[in-house]
Every structure is written in structure tokens, then in C-alpha cells.
Ligand binder design. Structure first.
Ligand code: ZN
Length: 464
């Protein structure tokens, strides 16, 4: 019997983990950390719903922490088998997990210093050493490579266009004309973006597990570059600096690529661009190593010998000293720093410094999950809490959704509409409840397919 159990990313966009049980073997699809509202974060501390030692393999769709960030904790609890993903995903996991561990340790340190934790002493969810214990288990694969889970069940990674290395998991039972397929979308990419390729079109799927982050929304700004041009120019006229919270991997490279293009076209002045991230240099190395995964426009620039991620006055700050030096800069600069949803990292210090000044601008370019400081600022909160202190929000706030890594509901429907047949079932995950409900309605009304909104923890039987 084949079953699929949903252990996370149900009614929320974080904590992606799904358990596929196939011929008695257990495959965990993604192993994400819960982020955002406290009720979710507490789930990271709860015992894992399945004995980790009983899991046979972990298959990763992509490197984002809400899909991989629980790995060190799972290994600590006894998981010792292999972890599979694309080569780029593995390279990114090697920099993202230690960074996640660092954030966990930093949070615990702050909590102990300020004593605002109810647990004394506050303990990190995992440490850098725990993160490193994941590395020997990682196995990288090429897109399209055939990996056999069983003699007659093969797995392929197909480009999902979400971040570098992101993949749909295409799991097929090879049984002559009756072959069946399960497809996990992971995070569904946003087509026609800078740098990355579009999500791969698939045609025959029997069981689809689809994300629904933007199930109730459209990206209003089909030309995000013109929005970015306006925001950069206006923020410079305001006489302050522009702060952009962004994941160090993915969104940061999109920004550098786009800023360089805008500079070259003389649409914006050549400004000091600070990328305040100890990971940024390694992330750029990984992008340079995996050029073959980029879209045609980006690869053409590479072939011409262009340094596509290098605005003229780019400064990458690796050390804490360099990071603190940025505080002296009062105008004509852009600061890009993580985390993208302001849940931790160096961006906290920049916002504590810059938010109280109305000359500054904060620009959000990614999805802000419920319960995060990013969402609170976007919803117009007058104060936010950073490291236990109240910080007034006086800076100018802007948002661009067009650089999002996720396709909106129309883009997802367009992709689904190219399928040869309706899947037997489509399970919707990775969305807040309104988004999932809306996406289910869109699919039922437009395509007439059977859609299931799974319950957390419940195992569904698949005819596979
Ligand atoms: Zn993602």
C-alpha cells in the first residue's frame, strides 16, 4: 500500500515535510523548519511524528530553510540515511544549514542575555556542529538523471524555476502502459523572471502535490524593473538609504543582476550597494558554478564574459566589523541583507538603526509569512520589536511582488492547463488557509479537477 502523510506546510507556508510510504519504505519529501507565528515555531521543538531512524531516504525539492532547515534536528534524533537533491541544492544546503544554526544560536544568546526567554537557559534548536553532521549524507544529482527507489520506481528532478537547484520530484512507477506518476511541486517558480529558467512543463501526473503560496493573489507588477527604478530614484531623492531585506540566496542575486542592468541602461545612478551577508560570496560562487541552470539571457551574458552579478560599486560585507561600518553611511546607498522576512540575521540591526528615520526606505521583494516582522511592517504596524526593544516604524515602506520566487495562481493554472489529463487527486499544501481555499476553487472551477486540502498528520492512500 502506498500512502502519503502530510507532516507540515498544512495551512502555512513553512515546515514542508511529507512522508511517502512505498512498499514498506519511508521517503521523507523535504525536511523543513517551521517559521513565523509562535504556534508553528513550537512545532520545531516537538518530537518528530515518525521515528527518524525508520526513514529510508530524504528527497529535497530545494534548499530553502522551510524545506531543509529541520535536517540537523532530524539527524540529531537518529536519521542516518542518505539525503537526495540536485547538485546545486546540495551546494546551497552546505551554506544555508550552518547559517540557520548560527541564527538559532544567536537567538538563544540574545534570549539569555536579555532574559526574555521563558526557558532558562534558552537552548538553540541546533548548533553549527549539528548542521555539519548532515553533510556526509548529502547526495547530489543532475536534472533528468534517473534514480531508482525500487526496481520499478524511478525518481527524476525537474527544474522548478524557484531558486537555483529547485526541482519538482517526479516519481514514476514503471509498469508498461499503466505507469503512474506522483509529482511534488516543491515551490513552484515564477515564470519569465531574471536569471532562472521557467518551471518545466510536465504532462502526465496521477497524484499532484502542489504548493499554493499565491493561490489567492496575482503579481500586480508584471514589469518589476520599472517599479524598482522608481523606488530607487525616489528613495535617493528622499535623502536616506534603501534597505532591502532579502534571502542571501536567490533574491539577492536577482537584485544584483537587475541593479546592474538598470545602471547600464542609466535608469538609476551608480550607487554604493552593500550586500551585508557572510554567505553572499559563497552563494555567488555557487551561482557561477551552476551557470548551465540559468536562463538563456543570463547565459548569453556569461558567454560574452560579463560579470552579471556586479553592479559598479558593489561591496560584500563578510565580517561583523564591515557590517557595523555600514551604519556610518547616511545616503545614496542600498543595503541588501538577510533574513528576507526579518525573522533574524543582520537585517535586524540595520532596521533597528534605519526604521526610525523617515528619510530611509524599506523595500520588501519576497513573501512575508504570517507572524513575521516583515508582515507586521507591511500591515502598517507603528512599532516592531527587535531584540526585545520597541523600534518605531517611520521609514517609507515599499513592496514589489514581481521578483517573487513563486508563481501566482494564474501562472500555476496556465501550467496545469497543459497537462494531458486530470490527475486522480491534487493535494494542495504550502499556503495560508485563504490561499489554499482560493487555489482549490480556481482548480475546481477552471479545470474541474478533484482537489484535496490535506489535514496535518493524516495519511492518504494512493493507488500507485
Ligand atoms: Zn522556497
Amino acid at each position: 500500500m502506498t500512502t502519503l502523510q502530510f507532516l507540515g506546510a498544512v495551512g502555512t507556508v513553512t515546515g514542508s515535510r511529507h512522508l511517502l510510504t512505498l512498499e514498506g519504505k519511508k521517503y521523507l519529501i523535504d525536511c523543513g523548519l517551521f517559521q513565523g507565528v509562535k504556534a508553528n515555531r513550537l512545532k520545531n521543538r516537538a518530537p518528530f511524528p515518525v521515528d527518524p531512524a525508520e526513514i529510508d531516504k530524504i528527497l529535497l525539492t530545494h534548499a530553502h530553510i522551510d524545506h531543509t532547515g529541520y535536517l540537523p534536528r532530524l539527524v540529531k534524533q537518529g536519521y542516518g540515511n542518505t539525503i537526495h537533491g540536485t547538485h546545486a541544492t546540495m551546494d546551497l544546503v552546505r551554506i544555508l544549514l550552518p547559517d540557520s544554526a548560527h541564527l538559532q544560536e544567536e537567538d538563544a544568546r540574545w534570549a539569555n542575555k536579555k532574559q526574555f526567554s521563558k526557558h532558562t537557559p534558552a537552548l538553540p534548536l541546533y548548533t553549527g556542529r549539528d548542521a555539519e553532521k548532515v553533510f556526509p549524507l548529502l547526495r547530489g544529482h543532475y536534472y533528468g538523471e534517473e534514480i531508482f527507489l525500487e526496481d520499478d520506481v524511478r525518481l527524476k528532478f525537474k527544474n522548478a524555476g524557484h531558486i537555483l537547484g529547485s526541482a519538482f520530484l517526479d516519481i514514476k512507477r514503471l509498469d508498461g502502459p499503466h505507469s503512474k506518476k506522483i509529482l511534488f511541486s516543491g515551490d513552484f517558480g515564477h515564470p519569465q523572471r531574471p536569471i532562472l529558467r521557467d518551471p518545466t512543463q510536465v504532462y502526465n501526473v496521477d497524484y499532484l502535490i502542489l504548493e499554493a503560496t499565491y493561490g489567492n493573489r496575482l503579481h500586480p507588477d508584471s514589469d518589476p524593473d520599472s517599479y524598482l527604478t522608481r523606488i530607487i530614484n525616489e528613495s535617493m531623492q528622499r535623502g536616506g538609504v534603501l534597505i532591502i531585506p532579502a534571502f542571501s540566496v536567490g533574491r539577492t542575486q536577482t537584485l544584483l543582476y537587475t541593479i546592474r542592468l538598470l545602471e547600464k541602461a542609466r535608469k538609476i545612478p551608480e550607487l554604493d550597494i552593500f550586500v551585508d551577508s557572510p554567505m553572499a560570496i559563497r552563494a555567488l560562487d555557487i551561482y557561477n558554478k551552476h551557470i548551465s541552470e540559468l536562463n538563456l539571457a543570463a547565459r548569453k551574458k556569461y558567454m560574452r564574459g560579463e560579470a552579471i552579478f556586479q553592479p559598479k560599486y558593489l561591496k560584500i560585507c563578510a565580517s561583523v566589523e564591515e557590517s557595523k561600518e555600514i551604519n556610518k553611511v547616511k545616503k545614496n546607498a542600498i543595503i541588501i541583507s538577510a533574513s528576507g522576512m526579518i525573522t533574524g540575521g543582520r537585517i535586524l540591526h540595520h532596521l533597528a538603526e534605519r526604521l526610525p528615520d523617515k528619510r530611509n526606505t524599506v523595500l520588501f521583494i519576497g513573501y512575508q509569512a504570517e507572524g513575521t516582522r516583515g508582515r507586521a511592517i507591511l500591515e502598517g504596524r507603528k512599532n516592531i520589536k527587535i531584540h526585545g526593544n520597541k523600534v518605531p516604524v517611520k521609514a517609507h515602506i515599499e513592496e514589489i511582488s514581481g521578483y517573487s520566487g513563486h508563481g501566482d495562481y494564474l501562472e500555476m493554472l496556465a501550467w496545469l492547463s497543459a497537462f494531458n489529463k486530470a490527475p486522480e487527486k491534487t493535494f494542495l499544501v504550502h499556503g495560508e488557509p485563504d490561499a489554499v481555499e482560493a487555489m482549490a476553487d480556481h482548480i475546481r472551477q477552471t479545470l474541474g479537477w478533484e482537489v484535496v486540502i490535506p489535514e496535518e498528520g493524516r495519511a492518504y492512500e494512493l493507488d500507485f
